[in-house]
Design a binder for this molecule. Structure first.
Ligand SMILES: Cc1cc2nc3c(=O)[nH]c(=O)nc-3n(C[C@H](O)[C@H](O)[C@H](O)COP(=O)(O)OP(=O)(O)OC[C@H]3O[C@@H](n4cnc5c(N)ncnc54)[C@H](O)[C@@H]3O)c2cc1C
Ligand SMILES: NC(=O)c1ccc[n+]([C@@H]2O[C@H](COP(=O)([O-])OP(=O)(O)OC[C@H]3O[C@@H](n4cnc5c(N)ncnc54)[C@H](OP(=O)(O)O)[C@@H]3O)[C@@H](O)[C@H]2O)c1
Length: 394
């Protein structure tokens, strides 16, 4: 729909990507952002503001830079693999500058309502009411991209804590937490062992007299840094591993994963052993198998990489795409929106991962971590057979 006008609501990570994607296909985006700047959740502010996401000063990504990057804009090589919020903002500002996105954003403008127009059936158009400094304006758009995020308001289920009315201390939601200073010397209980709970317990433990981390169901604890010191997602989220996982019976995947996590530390000994098996968590209903999910969407828009044809015309790239981490650049190799830099981005991703780690050069030769030649050949043969079976089945 070239030339059509699109309202993008929110200028966080999703909104910025949405503006860029509209421009790529000749749509005319106008992004409305309620605050005075880009970045959404990742823009740290000292004060919280109702209706806006909020993070604490120490917040750092739990997805690594190569897996988190926009598909046509890798993070700079020298950035750490897990990125502090200030560095994510730096990256987002570079992205906005590089693709000239600012001129499409109207700051301090909240979208108040989005409604189908009376002639929506024939035009597909929407009435959008926005508010800037108390003044409302109406616009008509051909499409809406809702990029308002998930974490703008705290959810504090006080009904589950009947004693709270008698509690003489202070209680807050993690949305309100910024830094540990004002909790110096206090006894604190952090309720919930999600990523927020664990991050806050660690932050607070440095100044509080004691910190208790409370959990009602336990949890499987993952570390950001995995075998060989690689980022966890880089080490685990490959197409090769995804196929293995799909072929393996669930009980075996559970057993292997739980053994691995228990080898790091014994969940039972720490009182953390969850009631749920590794793959059957009820609180993980929003979570999806990353590569299958990405591939499903990619197939719909025609950008899923065809590894079999890749194997024929660019075997090095095919091997890297199959055994290496499934980085976003893979979805820019072919089809609509393909990017000439995608191959280079994939072939150099390991260098960008290693760059911030290797802060001095050693005189001795580094240990060889790569697979022996015979094993590589077996793996390539396996890849060809699996791909052939998959293709024949389709
Ligand atoms: C503490 C924390 C850490 C996280 N860490 C990671 C991580 O490491 N990796 C990862 O992939 N994900 C992580 N997430 C998930 C996170 O939600 C995403 O990384 C990302 O910020 C989502 O971006 P977004 O643009 O969808 O939403 P947001 O970042 O929430 O941005 C939404 C924007 O929309 C604006 N807005 C909202 N309503 C309106 C309106 N009506 N009119 C105008 N503007 C409006 C807001 O002002 C805001 O700027 C984390 C989440 C939390 C809470
Ligand atoms: N980059 C980072 O490091 C980072 C940091 C923070 C958050 N995040 C992301 O932000 C998102 C939200 O994370 P989150 O940790 O804020 O939320 P979350 O993952 O939903 O975890 C919430 C925790 O609170 C507990 N809980 C909820 N209601 C409760 C109740 N009524 N009584 C007792 N316990 C209760 C839950 O227990 P049950 O498990 O028993 O339900 C769970 O342990 C996730 O995507 C996460 O990855 C990332």
């Amino acid at each position: 729909m070239p030339g059509k006008r699109i309202a993008v609501i929110g200028a966080g990570v999703s909104g910025l990507g949405a503006i860029k994607s509209c421009l790529e296909v000749g749509l005319e985006p106008t992004c409305f952002e309620g605050s005075n700047d880009i970045g959404g959740l990742w823009r740290y502010e000292e004060k919280t503001e109702g209706g806006r996401p909020s993070i604490y000063r120490s917040a750092t990504s739990n997805t690594s830079k190569e897996m988190t990057a926009y598909s046509d804009y890798p993070f700079p090589a020298h950035f750490p693999n897990y990125v502090h919020n200030s560095k994510i903002m730096e990256y987002l500002r570079m992205y906005v500058r590089h693709f000239h996105l600012t001129k499409h954003i109207r700051f301090l403008t909240r979208v108040r309502s989005v409604r189908k127009r009376p002639d929506f059936c024939s035009t597909g158009q929407w009435d959008v009411v926005v508010e800037t400094e108390g003044k409302q304006e109406s616009y008509v758009f051909d499409g809406i991209m809702v990029c308002t995020g998930l974490y703008s308001e705290p959810v504090l289920p006080l009904e589950n804590f009947p004693g709270i009315k008698r509690f003489k201390g202070e209680y807050i939601h993690s949305w309100e937490y910024k830094s540990p200073e004002k909790f110096q010397g206090k006894r604190i209980v952090v309720v919930g062992i999600g990523n927020s709970g664990v991050d806050l317990a660690i932050d607070l433990s440095r100044v509080a007299s004691q910190v208790f981390l409370s959990t009602r169901t336990g949890s499987w604890i993952w570390n950001r840094v995995w075998d060989n010191g690689l980022p966890m997602d880089v080490a685990l989220f490959s197409r090769f591993n995804s196929i293995l996982e799909n072929l393996m019976p669930t009980f075996l995947t559970n057993r292997l994963a739980e053994n691995k996590l228990n080898a790091r530390f014994n969940h039972d000994m720490y009182g953390l052993q969850p009631k749920h098996r590794f793959l059957n968590s009820s609180r993980d209903t929003r979570r999806v198998p990353f590569i299958d999910y990405m591939d499903d969407i990619a197939s719909e828009i025609g950008v899923k990489p065809n590894l079999l044809s890749l194997l024929l015309w660019d075997p090095k790239l095919a091997v890297k795409s199959f055994f290496g981490p499934c980085t976003p650049y893979q979805y820019r190799l072919q089809g609509p929106g393909s990017w000439a830099g995608a191959r280079e981005a994939i072939m150099t991703q390991t260098e960008r991962i290693i760059k911030p780690l290797r802060t001095r050069s050693l005189a001795c030769a580094p240990p060889q971590h790569s697979l022996p030649c015979w094993l590589k050949s077996v793996c390539v043969a396996l890849l060809v057979s699996v791909l052939t079976v998959v293709l024949l089945k389709q």
